[in-house]
Design a protein around this ligand. Structure first.
Ligand code: BGC
Length: 360
């Protein structure tokens, strides 16, 4: 009996030991699961890169190449990555490119709309996938855009008109607008007319021609300016063109009539060709928008929003549907007198590139 008892307690002891051992084993497993050792594999998964999609209208104009390169640099400096697609003016293509990026699982979409209205569908689709959208440089109308980052575009037009009215306070003016499908074109025009209106009311300035430029194409601006000159028997005293590309078309038309350098022309963007024309005296001024400031700000806000952080922007712009939280940077008026301290000092263009035509 005693032996039996000893045997029994031995078996019990062994069983308890086994139970303890198995419990310990489980504990080890659990511990391993909750505190995984740091390997390069799970390091990547915990700090997975934020991926931004950048849907651009076009890369066929000089300024947008700068936007593309500087935005990529800024996003990468923040440890995130960016996929870039450009539709080159094709609305349907811009929608399908954005859809592709949305389905590839980007964390945030940043959008330069070709068409301010029709790109609202992109915003809607991104939101259905839980992706926030930032309008870059150009506003998307009638959509629940999360943020808008641009320059003060009305101020751009005001700067143009201020510079030209200083030189020509009286006379026949031509306004060559941008693409009517681009909200900015309306803002540039509004700004220019804010300044022109009092002159028009006094009867000092007459707007003898006022036309949009389809798709911002210089060839269309050239045709419009030719029509303006013809309709007015060349009696034109000043021209405000919405950007440098359209100013290029205007200047070509003036050249055909022997009027180049005689009629002041305003543009925008500080494109290299335009800055060279300012040095030559064939274009009066441009409005310089420091693109790096825009891309840095946009990249910083895009990464913050993608991480779900709150970005407290205190300005807002109405897009027909909502008050869009906005960041609007300041443009800079540039003429022959301040090229060096602005465009060249910033490294936007090199001194050699700007002055090459004069061999300096
Ligand atoms: C931009 C200008 C540009 C124009 C044509 C506008 O929305 O603000 O800088 O010249 O589009 O691309």
């Amino acid at each position: 009996m005693r032996q039996l008892l000893i045997k029994g307690s031995l078996i019990l002891f062994v069983l308890v030991l086994m139970l303890i051992a198995s419990a310990c084993e489980k504990e080890v497993v659990i511990t391993e699961r909750t505190i995984p050792p740091i390997t390069t594999e799970n390091k990547v998964s915990t700090t997975e890169k934020i991926k931004i999609g950048f849907s651009m209208d076009t890369l066929l104009e000089e300024r947008w190449l700068k936007d593309r390169d500087l935005f990529k640099e800024a996003v990468e400096a923040l440890g995130a990555e960016v996929e870039i697609m450009a539709a080159n003016g094709d609305d349907a293509l811009q929608v399908s490119q954005a859809e592709t990026m949305i389905s590839q699982g980007i964390d945030l979409l940043i959008l330069v709309p070709h068409n301010a209205e029709s790109t609202a569908t992109i915003v809607h689709k991104a939101h259905l996938a839980g992706i926030k959208v930032i309008a870059y440089d150009r506003l998307v109308k009638n959509a629940d855009i999360d943020l808008y980052v641009s320059f003060d575009n009305e101020q751009v037009g005001e700067m143009q008109a201020r510079a030209i009215t200083k030189l020509v306070p009286k006379g026949n003016y031509v306004y060559i607008g941008g693409a009517s499908t681009d909200n900015n074109a309306h803002l540039f025009k509004k700004g220019a007319f804010n300044v022109l209106q009092p002159f028009i009311e006094k009867g000092d300035i007459t707007i003898v021609y006022d036309q949009w430029t389809k798709d911002w194409q210089p060839a269309n601006a050239l045709a419009n300016m030719q029509a303006a000159l013809k309709a007015n028997g060349n009696q034109i005293d000043a021209v405000i063109a919405a950007n440098d590309a359209t100013a290029g078309g205007v200047i070509q038309a003036l050249m055909e009539q022997g009027l180049v350098g005689k009629v002041p022309v305003a543009g925008q963007d500080a494109e290299l060709a335009a800055v060279q024309r300012i040095v030559e005296g064939t274009q009066t001024m441009t409005v310089y928008k420091p693109i790096k400031a825009l891309t840095d700000k946009a990249a910083q806000l895009a990464v913050a929003l993608a991480k779900g952080e709150k970005v407290g922007e205190n300005q807002s712009v109405n897009n027909g549907k909502i008050e869009v939280p906005s960041v609007l940077l300041s443009p800079i008026a540039v003429d022959a007198l301040n090229i060096d301290e602005t465009i060249i000092a910033d490294g936007f263009h090199s001194r050699q590139d700007v002055y090459q035509t004069l061999g300096q």
